[in-house]
Design a protein around this ligand. Structure first.
Ligand SMILES: [Zn+2]
Length: 424
């Protein structure tokens, strides 16, 4: 008996999976319709939600903040007791500053069927919202709507300026600024040529189908005087930056010190005692004390916009590096040969020699730094990194770059059926 039983059991163990396999193998496509057993489960009714709040059978009132209205006056209109409003304002501390409830912004009140207000929702911007819970808990909390990131492309040809071309193509002024930032070192946007053209692939955030702000530029092509310039966004560990098709950074660093072997004798300051004028005056430069005749180096590539002798500045040179940055070098004993207005200079090139011409009580270089037309502290300004793609990121970068250039190539220039191919 035991042997029999064992034999049947063994047959079952071997046979059942075999049979199963046979079954599936012979009926690959002509399966009979599966028998569906309807589960006897009640399908829950979908409860409508707004800001994560169940609004079934609720009354929703929408309004805008009127001049001179605040949290207190708004809620008083809905018969929320002052004590409760005070408590809500206190609970809001650290979550949302209720003094920032702005005129013309919209808010909603969620009321029960008896028109008793239960929640107030204020939207400080297109993405965030603040919930004031008017029920017993009196909580105040921040929420965020779902943000969808959409990849977009934009292209155009320059007729007058980049700004006009991009605005005409539907860009926001912010996007124009972003493009100028990406290519700031490669292109002088004040000197573009008619017929120069661009393609950009960028991200835009959308909330409920409406634009809620720009994301970064992912890649771009700019054709200037028939030469292509590329930008590919990539992060190799120190934050995203832009690189060209060879993996070079689009940013160029400034020399930290425009004179070698020196010491800083006076820093940029809003107020310092002027050693010659003997009175307090702002000092919008960095002074480097150095012996007369020490070479002064251009802090970066650029074009000389001024090279002359003028009053307190003495002999000086000013260099425009790009549409964002300019630098100026004062009190030179002598301006170097060939350094004239309009001359091109390379980073590190000698542009003049330390001296004490103009208002100076000893030989030094007064180095001044402009960003967007405003003088800033050269030692404090945060300049983006300029390292190329490193060896360990090369493979990943190349695949990102190649697919971005392909993506760019799939965007057509306006009124153009053929593509301009990248070439050296
Ligand atoms: Zn100075």
């Amino acid at each position: 008996m035991r042997k029999w039983f064992f034999g049947i059991a063994l047959l079952c163990v071997i046979g059942v999976p075999f049979l199963f396999e046979y079954e599936t193998a012979t009926n690959p496509s002509s399966d009979p319709a599966p028998i569906v057993v309807e589960p006897v489960v009640e399908v829950p009714e979908v409860t409508p939600k707004l800001y994560g709040i169940d609004v079934k059978a609720k009354v929703i009132i929408e309004d805008v903040v009127k001049p001179n209205e605040n949290l207190s006056s708004i809620l008083s209109n809905y018969e929320v007791p002052l004590q409760e409003i005070d408590l809500l304002a206190k609970r809001a501390e650290g979550v949302f500053d209720v003094r920032k409830i702005n005129v013309h912004k919209s808010y909603k009140l969620i009321c029960n069927a008896d028109s008793v207000a239960q929640f107030m929702i204020y939207e400080p911007n297109k993405i965030e919202y603040v919930v004031f819970d008017l029920n017993d808990s009196n909580e105040v909390y921040l929420g965020q709507k779902e943000v969808v990131t959409i990849e977009k492309s934009l292209t155009g040809t320059i007729e007058s300026s980049l700004y006009n071309a991009m605005i005409e193509a539907g860009a926001s002024p912010q996007l124009v600024d972003n493009v100028a930032d990406v290519f700031g070192w490669q292109l002088d946007f004040g000197r573009l040529q008619i017929g120069d053209k661009y393609k950009i692939i960028y991200e835009e955030k959308e909330v409920e189908g409406e634009s809620a702000g720009l994301g970064p530029i992912l890649g771009a092509e700019f054709i200037h005087e028939s030469n292509p310039f590329y930008a590919v966004r990539f992060d190799q560990g120190n934050g995203p930056d832009y690189f060209d098709e060879k993996g070079h950074s689009l940013r160029k660093a400034f020399l930290k010190y425009p004179v070698k072997f020196t010491r800083i004798s006076s820093r940029y300051s809003g107020r310092r005692f002027h050693p010659v004028l003997k009175r307090y005056k702002s000092h919008k430069g960095t002074d480097y004390a150095a012996p007369t005749g020490t070479p002064i180096r251009a802090a970066g590539d650029g074009i000389i916009t001024e090279a002359r002798y003028k009053g307190g500045n003495g002999n000086y040179v000013k260099i425009r590096h790009n549409s964002t940055y300019s630098t100026q070098y004062l009190h030179m004993s002598r301006i170097a040969n060939g350094m004239k207005q309009g001359a091109k200079v390379s980073q590190g090139e000698t542009i003049g020699y330390v001296g004490s011409t103009g208002l100076a009580n000893g030989p030094h270089l007064c180095y001044r730094f402009w960003k967007n037309g405003v003088q800033v502290d050269a030692l404090k300004i945060e300049l983006p990194p300029s390292e190329p793609i490193t060896e360990n990121h090369r493979v990943v970068y190349d695949s990102v770059m190649i697919s971005m250039l392909e993506q760019l190539q799939n965007v057509s220039y306006p009124n153009e059926s053929f593509q301009i191919l990248a070439g050296d």
